[in-house]
Design a protein around this ligand. Structure first.
Ligand code: ZN
Ligand code: ZN
Ligand code: ZN
Length: 474
């Protein structure tokens, strides 16, 4: 009778907050993966943990989850997050050619290699601290986030720099556009922008006039808004790059861009999909479904095409442009010489881009560089852990780094791991020994407090028979 009644009563929670589910439940695979990624993000050291420890941390976070260690192992494998798994790389798919019309710095030469593509080498010894070269961007890309401010005239139309009220008086100095409401921060910016501004932004598209007929400004504004909405900098950038290529009648910019390390975006995406990418959904993170991604690319491609009605490119070329931009840009801009630099986690140069965005960059020697030594830069933050660096390099540039720092870090990691597992074996042996002792003594109240698995590899050895004594860290 009571049971029947219970069945008929619907229990409604009056509390607004979502109540913690009490009973055990089977989590969705996405929830498990999200939790694991969250754990890794919070403490990168946990990336080295084996499945059983990872499983126990997940269970600590969600005690009501009915989740076996076996399922955790299967899911890690399924999502390409397992560390023992063969990792997808695409360095072999990156092609490059010697760059035409390049003025190299006096102490530098380019060497073409089969495995590492184009490399820069020192022709002469370089002293620590020396300025090796400086250069302006080949393609300058203003910050996407500022495009609205640009169109309202509160940021420079070329460099995107925010303008103060006082600076807006520069309008009087002839730095405003006489067609639209945009303004420039300096003569230099106005000059650099040149024809690009009116061709992209002035709504005078007329298919029958000769001037500016290769770009549809209405479509450009639509694309710009779309990029902002989707936080899609690469689409915005390649549109600006293609416009500059079309404007360059000499054809040099086209040849130089084509000679860069080239790869298709869909190949890069495979690496992202196969192993925990950047974990960032804004950047098309690991769990962004491939189908969704393809739909987005197609949509972006259509918008790109309508900007350039007279100069269409194929979808394949579009994906190549995007991939090539993504692996070559530095702070969104493309530099001709700098893009030749290969990666090392402990590089011999430091690249200074902080001067201001349009002034470009300066490359300094970080150490003394011998004649014949390769010049390197770092693509990732060298202070990140080995695993973070390896993942970023593999996903974003398609290779597994084998530099000296990575090899040293990996050896150090192995050393720590093996000393941890020795300790665990010790702890297990001691536990067995104590168990035997207590069994042989037949004393059921004999309390055992033994270090459990899962301490962070710290030396913590204290085996106590008396529960009042707290384990001692030494
Ligand atoms: Zn400016
Ligand atoms: Zn204008
Ligand atoms: Zn490395």
């Amino acid at each position: 009778m009571t049971q029947d009644l219970e069945k008929k009563i619907e229990v409604i929670s009056i509390n607004d907050s979502i109540p913690e589910e009490n009973g055990p439940r089977v989590p969705h695979e996405r929830q498990v993966i999200d939790t694991i990624i969250e754990i890794w993000k919070q403490d990168p050291n946990t990336e080295n943990l084996g499945v059983s420890k990872l499983h126990s941390i997940v269970k600590q976070k969600h005690s009501n989850w009915s989740l076996s260690e076996k399922r955790v192992r299967q899911l890690l494998k399924k999502f390409g997050l397992s560390t023992n798994q063969e990792q997808f790389t695409y360095a072999k798919d990156i092609k490059s050619e010697l760059t035409p019309d390049i003025n190299l710095p006096p102490k530098i030469q380019v060497v073409m290699t089969s495995k590492r593509g184009k490399c820069l080498y020192a022709k002469k010894p370089i002293t620590k601290g020396e300025l090796i070269w400086e250069e302006k961007p080949l393609f300058f890309i203003p910050p996407l986030a500022n495009v609205k401010l640009i169109s309202h005239g509160s940021a420079c139309s070329y460099c995107g720099k925010l303008l103060q009220q006082t600076e807006m008086k520069t309008v009087l100095k002839g730095l405003d556009c006489n067609v639209c409401s945009e303004i420039w921060c300096s003569k230099e910016c106005k000059q650099q922008d040149g024809d690009l501004h009116s061709i992209l932004k002035h709504n005078v598209y007329n298919p029958t006039t000769k001037k500016s007929k290769f770009i549809n400004p209405d479509s450009f504004i639509t694309l710009q808004d779309y990029c902002l909405e989707e936080s899609w900098n690469a689409l915005y950038a390649i549109t600006l790059i293609y416009a500059q290529i079309l404007l360059d009648k000499s054809g040099t910019k086209q040849k130089q861009f084509n000679a860069m390390a080239k790869v298709s975006q869909d190949i890069r995406y495979k690496a992202l999909n196969s192993g925990g990418g950047t974990f960032d959904n804004m950047n098309g993170g690991a769990l962004f479904v491939q189908e969704q991604q393809k739909t987005l690319w197609k949509e972006g491609y259509e918008k790109f095409l309508s900007v350039f009605p007279k100069n269409p490119i194929t979808y394949k070329e579009f994906l190549y442009m995007m991939g090539t931009y993504n692996i070559n840009n530095l702070d969104s801009n493309i530099y001709l010489t700098q893009s030749h630099l290969n990666h090392n986690c402990n590089p011999n140069t430091s690249v200074d881009t902080n001067i201001n965005r349009i002034s470009g960059l300066k490359v300094f020697a970080k150490t003394n560089i011998k004649e014949g030594e390769e010049i390197t830069t770092t693509y990732v933050n060298p202070n990140h852990t080995l695993n973070q660096r390896q993942r970023e390099l593999r996903v974003n540039w398609g290779f597994i780094c084998n530099c000296e720092k990575c090899i040293n870090d990996s050896n150090e990691q192995k050393r720590r791991k093996s000393s941890t597992s020795n300790q665990q074996t010790n702890a297990k042996n001691i536990r067995n020994m104590l168990k035997e002792t207590s069994e042989s003594m037949g004393d059921k109240e004999f309390e055992l407090s033994i270090p459990q698995d899962g301490f962070n590899g710290e030396r913590r050895k204290s085996v106590r028979f008396d529960e009042k004594v707290v384990a001692v860290n030494n």
